[in-house]
Design a protein around this ligand. Structure first.
Ligand SMILES: [Zn+2]
Length: 105
């Protein structure tokens, strides 16, 4: 299962999250830019491992990276993207902690 995670500069991630939260188009444009090298690939959902066919760029969950000035972008399938935001981020963080093996963030 090809799990595709992107490490992006924190400032980019923050700008992106803000644009998405405000439903401004730069959010979608940034997503397309960030995933540009991977569009056309099949990705697997970070949460449920469902295949995601691209393009379009997948819904993206941002996670803290180990590097302090970076964030990690993880692709989610439409079903997981449709989860209530609190549930979604909680599940992502729980899984992410296992992936990186760090109990406290
Ligand atoms: Zn999923």
């Amino acid at each position: 299962m090809p799990l595709t995670l992107l490490s992006v500069p924190r400032e980019v991630g923050r700008r992106w999250a803000r644009a998405l939260a405000e439903k401004r188009t730069p959010g979608a444009n940034l997503a397309a830019t960030l995933w540009a090298d991977h569009l056309g690939n099949v990705m697997n959902c970070f949460l449920c491992d469902e295949s995601i066919v691209t393009p379009p760029p997948p819904f993206t969950q941002l996670l803290p990276d180990k590097a302090p000035d970076q964030v990690v972008a993880a692709p989610l399938c439409p079903a997981c993207a449709a989860l209530p935001p609190m549930v979604r981020s909680h599940r992502c963080m729980a899984l992410w902690r296992k992936v990186i093996g760090a109990p406290h963030w």
